[in-house]
Design a protein around this ligand. Structure first.
Ligand code: IPM
Ligand code: MN
Length: 351
């Protein structure tokens, strides 16, 4: 028990600080109960710092983040900062530089949470998306040809390396096996059109599958995946996909599990430092009003604890969250029936 976890905390922009505060409240409560120790190192990265100093993520800070046990992030995105600067300079930079090659996004409908999908219940909506997090269209490769002319062409490259696909797919198979629910892994791609990228994905997927005889494999094109996620979400157990498709289908996933207020994710480097975040944005409209839902951030904290080896505590947090969701009127900001800090208090009380 001598271990002290070093947690880097980046509250970030907008409502980030408000939801992170509730997450840290829960952390304090569970740590004293479970008897583990931690220290938090706060970083004021985000739009405000950028406006003052023109710095997004100094190398010195990146170096410190690499020495932490995990990173807890609130939100990035500031109304006065041109879109892309913070997203690329902070969020994507951390994901890439720390080699967080997995983006893990559980899509789980908790008890009492409203879903826009008629007749679906918690037992029907419970799957996990494993999104590749370091490659694909997100590498930022491309060019303009004849820029500004009538003959302009914009090229955006999707880079998919065998090694990058393989480590992601392997993680997904391991995860499916360990999760031990339906033990079914679906590759989500577009083999009928993207005949280079998803040809490689499919070949690697099928090769790795041979090592996991206990896992049932399946394939769905990304458009069909969207269709089934709405019509028959119960068919899914674990979905593995590339960076861009993963980005898109996990927003759909967030909606069917009750909205951004409850959707959490982890950017994992299974061999290094991982970062956890509520997947919604900085919600400038609700900033400082104590109305935003902190449950996504609290669930992200649970994922963080699971990753650093506190699986039991993580489960306790999830159980508490599931009690709180039954008491809330809605998962949406301002309609919860409670304030942000009251929801945090409720989670603590139900631990
Ligand atoms: C997400 C976000 C990011 C992404 C943006 C903010 C760059 O949408 O985490 O899904 O596209 O990955
Ligand atoms: Mn997204």
């Amino acid at each position: 028990m001598g271990n002290v976890y070093k947690l880097a905390v980046i509250p970030g922009d907008g409502t980030g600080p408000e939801v992170v505060r509730e997450g840290l409240k829960v952390l304090e409560a569970v740590s004293s109960k479970a008897g583990f120790k931690y220290e938090t190192i706060m970083y004021d990265l985000g739009g405000e710092r950028y406006k003052k100093t023109n710095e997004v993520l100094p190398d010195s800070v990146l170096g410190e983040l690499k020495k932490s046990d995990a990173i807890y992030l609130g939100a990035v995105g500031h109304p006065d900062v041109k879109p892309g600067i913070l997203e690329k300079g902070l969020l994507l930079k951390i994901r890439f530089d720390l080699k967080q090659y997995i983006n893990l996004r559980p899509v789980k409908l908790y008890p009492g949470v409203w879903t826009p999908i008629k007749d679906k219940r918690p037992e029907d909506i419970d799957f996990v998306v494993v999104r590749e997090n370091n490659e694909g269209l997100y590498v930022g490769e491309g060019e303009f040809i004849n820029k500004g002319t009538k003959n302009e062409i914009a090229i955006q490259v999707s880079r998919n390396t065998r090694k990058g696909i393989e480590r992601c797919v392997r993680y997904a198979f391991e995860y499916t096996k360990k999760r031990n629910k339906k033990t079914k892994l679906t590759l989500c791609g577009k083999t009928n059109v993207l005949t280079y990228a998803f040809d490689l994905w499919e070949r690697v997927f099928n090769e790795v599958a041979k090592e996991y005889k206990s896992v049932t494999t399946d394939y769905a094109h990304v458009d069909a995946t969207c269709m089934w996620m709405v019509k028959n979400p119960e068919w899914f157990d674990v979905i593995v996909t590339d960076n861009m498709f993963g980005d898109i289908i996990t927003d759909l996933g967030a909606m069917i599990q009750g909205g951004m207020g409850i959707a959490a994710g982890g950017n994992l480097n299974p061999e290094g430092v991982s970062m956890f975040e509520p997947i919604g944005g900085s919600a400038p409209k609700y900033t400082g009003k104590n109305v935003i839902n902190p449950l996504a951030a609290i669930c992200a904290l649970g994922m963080l604890l699971e990753e650093i080896g506190e699986a039991k505590v993580a489960k306790e947090i999830e159980n508490a969250v599931m009690k709180v969701t039954t008491k809330m009127k809605s998962m949406s900001a301002g309609k919860m029936g409670y304030s942000t800090s009251e929801v945090g208090d409720l989670v603590v009380k139900n631990l």
